[in-house]
Design a protein. Structure first.
Length: 280
């Protein structure tokens, strides 16, 4: 299945590239376009939620007004879950590989079984899924070894089910991640520096729905691993500072790169700065 997704000027980040969170929106637009009018299109109205998604960034995209091309296949089809796999290209170059797991839900938010016709249609669209290495989604942040970011839920972050949309979580985690990196390295601002931090991979597990709230979120970010050229982060989104169970968890791989995008080694000074956030 192939569809095109139009890019927007405000999809860009401070580096002049399409922002990593915008790709989550492209995935959503692609699958909605393909579901609409199919036997599973009714789920868009009755309820279907994203359980998890994995995004691997292959190349930067500069805005030029041309669309992103999305090739989408169906992967595993279960009784009440199914997977989509994506390869996104721009100008003929692959720029993203991704997978998404979705679950139909009833009016109370409980999982709902696929009908026979829905499952049959999904199986007719099955194809080879992108092969992505497993990241440690079981990792948890530690409150005393985390950067805490106080985020807000905007009214426009909600979807038609009155929950925070899956794409909005990518923005929340991005805001928390940038705040955390700025705290130890001014290049977290992504402007006017001699090196960059690039998102190479971003996986999200959506654990329970989040509704609009007036109070501040608590998004905690810890470091799982410091590699030669990369940091692996775990972030968890809590409704407030006193909450004990997160609404979502993400694992992000950040690569330190020169201005041409080539990975460079993380120096001793940076390793020392982030040491207090590395999980034991």
């Amino acid at each position: 299945m192939r569809t095109e997704v139009l890019t927007r000027w405000d999809d860009q980040d401070a580096q002049g590239h399409v922002n990593n969170a915008s790709f989550g929106d492209y995935l959503q637009e692609a699958r909605v376009a393909l579901m609409h009018g199919s036997p599973i299109g009714v789920l868009l109205g009755s309820g279907v939620v994203v359980v998890s998604q994995q995004l691997e960034y292959l190349a930067p995209v500069l805005y030029d007004g041309t669309p992103i091309v999305a090739d989408v296949v169906v992967g595993k089809v279960g009784a009440s879950r199914f997977d989509f796999g994506y390869v996104l290209t721009h100008g003929g170059q692959p720029v993203l590989r991704a997978t998404t797991t979705l679950c139909p839900v009833d009016g109370n938010g409980h999982p709902k079984r696929l009908t026979g016709a829905q499952a049959e249609w999904l199986r007719s669209e099955q194809g080879p899924m992108p092969e992505l290495r497993e990241l440690p989604m079981q990792a948890r942040t530690q409150a005393d070894r985390s950067h805490h970011y106080a985020g807000t839920v905007r009214w426009s972050d909600l979807d038609r089910y009155d929950h925070v949309n899956n794409v909005s979580y990518l923005t929340y985690f991005q805001e928390a991640r940038i705040a955390a990196t700025i705290a130890v390295d001014p290049t977290g601002l992504r402007m006017g520096m001699d090196h960059l931090w690039l998102v190479a991979r971003h996986d999200v597990a959506y654990l329970k729905p989040l509704a609009w709230q007036a109070g501040l979120l608590d998004i905690r970010t810890s470091i799982i691993k410091v590699g030669r050229t990369s940091l692996t982060l775990v972030s968890e989104l809590f409704a407030d500072r006193d909450a004990t169970e997160p609404h979502a968890r993400s694992i992000t791989v950040l690569v330190m790169a020169d201005l041409s995008g080539k990975p460079i080694e993380i120096g001793a000074e940076m390793r020392e700065k982030v040491a207090s956030w590395v999980l034991a």
